[in-house]
Design a protein around this ligand. Structure first.
Ligand code: NAD
Length: 342
């Protein structure tokens, strides 16, 4: 494989450091990596994902259901039992092949099975490549909330084969673009001028930097949540009302990014030129900055107060002269005013 066909970013975490490999046609490389290190492998994936690994060592494929509901303790239980029946031991490997649902669930299983074993992510969605597969946050959902049970458990390697994006539905591609738009404000790069491979690599470099400096999100890693206070509120309202025409995660984040910029403008943290830059990036990715017409504005504030960065008051990641920063205890009336004009 020539050096042009792939790039590697290291997530630097001392003896838990690992490579994130980005490129095209990586499946043979994945086989080489896995087969030279492990004797037995469990591949966790979904039936909807039209990509399969063919490994030179003993392996079996375990499928989980599609959709967010698969991130449950029930599925953890089912998959773990199947791994035990397969005879998977602590010195073997789990490969999570899929988007964020598969890597969150697979990573969580790996962190608990045999009290923690090696796993590797092969990301097949754009959102997975630039975000979910990297950084070691694993989780499943409870009825009471999303990602309430989880662990910090770093993979041994992550592979992002851009070839797999060829089969990704357009809505999922847009979801990845929403997260990529976010990275434009976490760096000084003009990402959109780059090739897809270089954009994905840059996003991973940025995320890897935040993970390396704040693995457990005690501080600056929280800046990766830019656009997520309103973004999560939009997503949560769509789920709670069981709407079929919801926004994907990244589409909701794009709206949230623009809202955070409007809020920053109203608080004199940024000027109109910077607000316009936000719009250009969001539109550059073909995304919309407006609230969807199904949204119930009256309850959005309550949803935003439930944001995980919040301690009961309104908390946003906001842009400013010194870059992004987590701003707590923002007055409800200020947020409400920006919301009513939005
Ligand atoms: N751990 C983290 O740091 C982190 C960060 C962001 C998001 N997440 C989690 O990620 C999840 C969302 O992940 P997602 O956006 O990747 O969605 P997803 O995993 O649900 O995948 C979206 C859909 O695309 C299908 N799919 C995946 N790859 C495909 C391919 N190559 N071709 C065709 N279809 C394909 C899947 O089967 C699924 O139906 C959420 O549960 C979220 O909480 C985790």
């Amino acid at each position: 494989m020539s050096s042009k066909e792939f790039s590697t970013v290291e997530v630097s975490l001392g003896d838990r450091s690992y490579p994130v490999v980005v490129g095209y046609d990586l499946f043979a490389e994945i086989d080489r990596y896995v087969s030279s290190r492990y004797e037995k492998v469990a591949v966790i994936t979904q039936a909807e994902i039209p990509w399969q690994l063919d490994l030179s060592v003993e392996f079996e494929v375990f499928t989980i259901p599609g959709g967010e509901d698969a991130k449950s303790l029930r599925v953890v239980d089912e998959v773990s039992s199947k791994l035990a029946q397969f005879g998977l031991k602590r010195n073997h490997l789990i490969v999570a092949l899929g988007g964020g649902v598969v890597t969150d669930l697979g990573g969580f299983v790996a962190s608990t099975y045999y009290r923690g074993m090696d796993y590797m992510n092969v990301a097949t969605t754009l959102l997975g490549m630039v975000d979910a597969a990297i950084g070691g946050k694993t989780a499943v959902n409870l009825r009471e909330g999303k990602n309430l049970v989880g662990s910090f458990w770093q993979p041994k390697a992550v592979f992002c084969d851009l070839e797999t994006l060829k089969t990704l539905p357009e809505s999922q591609r847009r979801s990845g673009f929403g997260e990529m738009a976010k990275y434009s404000f976490l760096s000084s790069y003009t990402l959109q001028d780059l090739s897809l491979m270089d954009q994905v690599t840059k996003c991973i470099e940025i995320k890897a930097g935040y993970v390396a400096s704040d693995e457990r999100e005690g501080g600056r890693r929280a800046l990766l949540n830019y656009g997520h206070t309103l973004g999560h509120a939009i997503e949560a309202q769509g789920f709670d009302r069981s709407l079929t025409q919801r926004l994907t995660h990244g589409e909701a984040v794009a709206v949230g990014i623009y809202f955070a910029a409007k809020l920053a403008l109203s608080m004199d943290r940024i000027d109109e030129t910077r607000l316009e830059e936000h719009l250009q990036v969001i539109h550059g990715y073909g995304l919309n900055e407006q609230l969807p017409n199904w949204i119930q504005r009256d309850s959005l504030l309550d949803y935003m107060k439930r944001d995980k960065k919040s301690t009961g008051t309104l908390t946003f990641v906001l842009d400013g002269k010194e870059g992004l920063e987590v701003v707590r205890d923002i007055s409800e009336s200020v947020v409400q005013e920006v919301l009513s004009e939005f």
